[in-house]
Design a protein around this ligand. Sequence first.
Ligand code: MIG
Length: 818
Amino acid sequence: MEAHNDKSEEVDNLIHQEQEIQHLNNPVDISIKPIEKQYLGQVKKVKKEGNKFYFSDGNSRVEIRVVSDHIIRVRLAPQGVFLDDFSYAVPEVDQKVSVFKMQEHDDCYTVSTHSVTCKIVKSNFHISFLDNVTNLVMVDEYNSMHWEENTDFGGYYIYSTKKCNPEENFFGLGDKSGNFNLRGRRFENWNTDAYSFAWNQDPLYRTIPFYIGVHNQAAYGIFFDNTFKSYFDFGAEEINKTSFWADGGELQYYYIHGPHMMDVVKRYASLTGTHPMPPKWTFGYQQCRWSYYPETKVKEIAKQFRDRKIPCDAIYLDIDYMDGYRCFTWNKKYFPDPKRMIKELADDGFKTVVMIDPGIKVDDDYWVFKEGKENKYFCRRSDDYFMEGHVWPGRCQFPDFTNPKVRKWWGKLYQELVDIGVAGFWNDMNEPAVFGSGTFPNDVRHNYDGYRGSHRKAHNVYGMQMVRATYEGLKKIMRNKRPFTITRAGYSGMQRYASVWTGDNIATWEHLKIGNIQCQRLSVSGVPFCGTDIGGFSGEPDGELFSRWIQLGTFSPFMRAHSAGDTAEREPWSFGEFFEDINRKFIELRYRLLPYLYSVFWEHHRYGFPILRPLIMLEQEKISNHFRQDEFCYGDKLLICPVLEQGAISRKVYLPKGTWYNFWTHEVLVGESEYLVDANIDSMPIFVRAGSVIPEYPVMQYIEEKAITEVVLNIYHAEYEVNSFMYEDHGDTFAYEQDIYLEKKFTVKGDDHHLKITQSSEGLYTPNYELYDVNIIGVKFQVNRVIVDSKEISDFFIDDKSCLRFKCNKVFSEMQLI
Ligand code: MIG
């Protein structure tokens, strides 16, 4: 390009070029007809129907629906007729509401619950949301919702533009690369096979059109439940505007009230659901590679784990286990007797997880293709041709997972794999990915559960409906056993059916950072069971990077190492003994902390808490926390500070309010302050909230290797009262739905000459062990007496780490240290 002195001209040129490129990518934009923006006029009519209020300007209508005390839904019907009220994300819209009312004022109408008020201005139809307690305006419209007619496909492009406050910051959107705070950026949602994605690359694999805004120390959420290609702009185009829009569908969004970010996240979960309890073994370390084959290789890997005493619960078989990449078949050359192999692995404590892709090979001698063809289960183009594309097996057709009949069929296909003992299923390529073109063309038709649509509407839910078919099918096949599924693509609500991994990352330090942020982002966006490919999928990590990744992965809800086929072998021992020892130490830590990790999962499942909690969730009133993205809490009690820099031997850590214990040294630090802490390669800063009770299991080579005879209770002294929870159950059934579980609550309360711990429990499950091995950390006074349920314990002692130790029966209700 020629050198220009005039900067603005250069910028103009660039913008022009960019627009041209956009035109090429998006043929819809080149229609010659001028696009006419249409806005709502004045409010002229109002009607009430139960918890729904209809406001009309004479032509268009807006529905305001009181979903709960804290959630209000807005819908727009440009020509007065609403679309069918169907959502894959929200199975049931209405929740419990205590009271709500509508009032007319001089200039506006208000619809309010006891906590939030939605205001509709008569003159210009601007809609805003206010907090009833503080009177703060949480969200205000910049201009009324607007739309543009779509002459090519019908319907409208739909837009909502809000005011973006000067100090407002934004979080969420599920699967995005780049900084945790979204302010100043624009995003697109279109599920994409984003092999080796970069920092700030967008879009990626999943669509979660939900964000959280925080300003004036208060948080709210917006869930734009629209499956079409959608866009979000957080003050990028214009600093004072936040907007979201979509290529079609209904302008429909939920306003979710805070004021704490935790409230918003939990309420979003109340709409879209939480993750069912996964089988307990899935909390263990999992080993994957593209691909382990033949059988001798799989066996050798398994043996190495056991010989080297590195715990591991699962081994994955990537696409090469299949016969010519045909799903639900085996390559008999590599795996002559899969049933026997899986049994032998299981006898040694390994679960087998296999991949299943959506592309079904066009092959009349292949039973899955034949069944799909006979029953018309495959997707078709607008002119009725089959949707055909090339993926791993060659020419493929693709089931329409948005058809309930197809889902049912798909779910049954897993029967044989389950019968021979496969324990988990990995659904890949379900964006859907197609070689060459990337994905399906827009004109592909979908059943959309009877509500019909083109691929424009179904693209972003395709993967979610695939893994839903998988999960629901498995649930039937496995009777009352918990299925384990993992998906790459998804849409809001996918957490009801599957765990996720973040896709094809790279073995770089930058990707370690991206992954750390991605998992936190998924967590606040309702997707709890997530993890990265530990070590990086493509490229070669060195021992240091791999060990740092194992350390982060220890505190990823889903912990799995994976690597691409063209990389060097990548198991925890691949980098020599020095790193192997570090990797073992952290994988063992994962197994030790299992009862804690399991309890945190239960808190998610039952109450909608996220598993990973970024610092802003702990202290949103502190603006600097809006920009912190390294440290996070795992559950409520452990603060994790992954080391993300090559060569680091220490790192800075911010500790929020309260008192914290260094997990390794037991040093006590006071929060609301930054510290420089040791972070040698064999260590990673971990802090425990004072007053916590952290249960611990003995190290095992796989979950439930041995019967547990006692559980260590690590009790951290505090000078105030703190609650902790511990959850236990059978580990692999849905009996918890019938109250067969045990939820224990501990309270710890201390001062400088006294410590009291109480225990109470709920539920009908009885674990087999009898004893607690009590480990009290940080007692600052001379303990003279230990009294458990008014009986004196005489054989307590101080161990080499200055902790006070004794054993007691697991059913104690109160213990006192004096
Ligand atoms: O086109 O199955 O993200 O985890 O190993 C690549 C082979 C297909 C992409 C997945 C990756 C998996 C790989 N798959």
